[in-house]
Structure formats: C-alpha cells, structure tokens
Write a protein that binds this ligand. Structure first.
Ligand SMILES: C[S@@+](CC[C@H](N)C(=O)[O-])C[C@H]1O[C@@H](n2cnc3c(N)ncnc32)[C@H](O)[C@@H]1O
Length: 188
C-alpha cells in the first residue's frame, strides 16, 4: 500500500514546507532542470500529482495553457493555491486530492511525476504507473524526477521507480543522472 495521506499531514503539521521546496537551491535547480527537459515549447494541459507547496507548479505554468495540480494534504495545496494566485496564474488550478482521484480533464499532454512514485511499494509500481499513464494522451510528454538516496519513509527507491517507468509503454527521450537524482523525459 502506498504511504497514506495522514503521514504527509503530520509532516506539514510540523513544518509548512517540510522539504524546503521554496528555498533550497538543490530543489530550485532540480525544478529548473525538469522544466528545461520538456521537449515542447508549449503544452495544452499539464497534470502534476503531489505538487506540495506549488513551486514547480508555478514554473510549469509558464509553459502550459492550463495546469492541474493536486496534493493529498490540504495545507500544502492551500499554499500552492496562494502562490499561484499571488503570481496571477489563474490558468493553474490546485485541488486537495489523491493523485488518482477524478480530475477536470479527459487527458493531459504533459504529466509530471516528481518525487512522488517512491511512496509506493516496488511491486505496486507497475499498476500505479499504468493508472497514471491513462491520464496522458498518446504522443504527450511524461517527465519523472526522483532522489536516489535511501529514506525510511520511502516504500521503494528512486532507481526502482525509474526502472518501472523504463519497462512501461513509454519511450525514453532524455536521461539526466546526477549523484543525487535521476531525471527522465518520455514520450507517451
Ligand atoms: C516529496 S513531496 C514532492 C513534491 C513535489 N512533487 C516536488 O517534486 O517537489 C511529496 C508530496 O506528495 C504528496 N502526496 C503523497 N501521496 C500523494 C497522493 N497519493 N496523491 C497526492 N499527493 C500525494 C505529499 O503530500 C507531498 O506533498
């Protein structure tokens, strides 16, 4: 079973930005690389599950006509909503929801999977990826980026996540590996 929402609720109860996404240079640079890896100049509809406080969401909004992001923790989603509203990005929408809850569009041409899939056990990854890929239209872009370190709160490793993506129906377009993370861009 994937890590339940109440685990993340408790993290945000201790800190409004538990991973320092809004301030850590590591994260801001990583987000910049994620956005730079996208092959199309513009996207019509982006879906970003597990958006946390919305820093990457704001960057994605500059390349997309419409962004739909969700986080299972309401206080995180609320921070993301405020960030996007303050930036005047009314084409970016954040809901408090699970990644697989019904969402407002039939499909997206950009699916962003960042630091999210390792909360699912390795033997459930193929099923989750199959479900998520149903949201992405054929020919669309799927970008994934995951930390390669070990953490007791992860159900599998970043390496296992990207191995599962590689054995899915996706076509690999770009592969960027650093000591700490792996970033891959795929065509659906
Ligand atoms: C490590 S943060 C990643 C945030 C962001 N994607 C990034 O790359 O910076 C993980 C986030 O996933 C959210 N999350 C975990 N499971 C989720 C699920 N099933 N649906 C939606 N959000 C989820 C958590 O609340 C948390 O904000």
């Amino acid at each position: 079973m994937s890590t339940p929402g109440h685990y993340f609720e408790s993290m945000y109860a201790d800190s409004s930005d538990p991973w320092d996404f809004a301030t850590a240079w590591y994260e801001l640079r990583r987000y910049g690389l994620v956005v730079a890896s996208l092959p199309e100049q513009r996207y019509r509809v982006c879906f970003e599950p597990a958006c946390s406080v919305g820093v990457l969401t704001e960057m994605l909004a500059a390349r997309c006509d419409e962004v739909h992001a969700v986080d299972v923790v309401d206080t995180a989603a609320e921070q993301a909503r405020t960030r996007l509203a303050d930036a005047g990005l009314d084409h970016a929408h954040v809901r408090t929801a699970d990644a697989l809850d019904p969402w407002p569009r039939a499909s997206c041409d950009l699916l962003v999977l960042s630091e999210f899939l390792y909360y699912t056990p390795e033997d459930e990854l193929d099923g989750l990826i199959t479900d998520l890929l149903r949201l992405a239209e054929p020919g669309g872009t799927v970008v994934a980026c995951h930390w390669l370190g070990r953490s007791s709160d992860h159900a599998c490793t970043g390496e296992e996540v990207h191995a599962a993506l590689e054995r899915s129906t996706l076509t690999l377009l770009a592969h960027h590996r650093e000591k700490d993370f792996l970033l891959q861009t795929f065509r659906r």
